[in-house]
Design a protein around this ligand. Structure first.
Ligand SMILES: [Zn+2]
Length: 237
């Protein structure tokens, strides 16, 4: 009985495609995870900028209330000036008033500097929000493409498995079991064509006697080196 190498080769091709498709499918969740991480990073930048602006607003409120307190104190001192009885008291009050005014000037400078940085932070928020929007748009497209590829690959895999199930009964069980044994042992490649008198997979030269037997296609012959099922590749015209 001739060995039907075509069917074994077809089985090998199907197995290879099933493995490739499965590997592709397995990689999709981590790709989606990566995309989510990138969006998360952009979101964080926006959040940080917003936290900065609320800190800035709080600083301004604190400074302003401090200024208000000192102003109140200073106006009390000013009132007291009318009632002092000694020169010492008078000059001591004047000193307090001067110090209060100095403190107010310093605080107001700080307020201005907080206001200036508020402008910068507002710009930062705008820029980061724009970037987030762009990232979300870009990555939602990428995610959609991945989901589509996922569905396509699932379908493809189902079809391939069906095809394999249809094919298996057409190959003698002894051949498929040998195929499977070699497939598992040899990195998922059970067959190797002989090209220019060499085993294509391991590059071992095939003896002339074996070459003749291969051409007869009457039995399964394994490569003496890598153990794969050899088949004769008809020379292309
Ligand atoms: Zn070999």
């Amino acid at each position: 009985m001739d060995i039907e190498f075509n069917k074994l080769i077809q089985l090998q091709d199907l197995d290879k495609e099933i493995i490739d498709t499965s590997l592709f499918l397995e990689g999709i969740p981590s790709k989606i995870e990566e995309i989510n991480k990138k969006i998360e990073q952009s979101t964080q930048i926006v959040t940080q900028a917003k936290e900065k602006i609320s800190q800035n607003q709080k600083n301004r409120r604190d400074l302003e209330s401090e200024v208000k307190d000192i102003k109140e104190k200073a106006s009390k001192y000013n009132l007291q000036l009318n009632y002092v009885k000694t020169n010492i008291e008078y000059s001591s009050l004047l000193k307090e008033i001067k110090e209060a005014q100095q403190k107010i000037d310093d605080l107001e400078e700080e307020i201005i500097s907080e206001m200036l940085s508020a402008d910068e932070i507002e710009d930062e928020i705008k820029t980061s929000e724009q970037k987030l929007k762009e990232a979300e748009e870009k990555y939602s497209i990428e995610k959609k493409i991945l989901e589509q590829k996922n569905n396509e690959s699932e379908l493809k895999k189902k079809g391939l498995i069906q095809e394999k199930e249809n094919l298996l009964p057409k190959i003698p069980a002894s051949q498929t079991s040998l195929y499977l044994k070699i497939f598992k042992k040899n990195n998922n490649i059970a067959l190797s064509p002989v090209k220019d008198d060499f085993c294509f997979m391991c590059h071992m030269r095939v003896r002339p006697q074996v070459l003749n037997e291969l051409k007869e296609k009457e039995k399964l012959i394994l490569c003496e080196n890598c153990g794969r099922i050899l088949y004769w590749l008809e020379k292309q015209p």
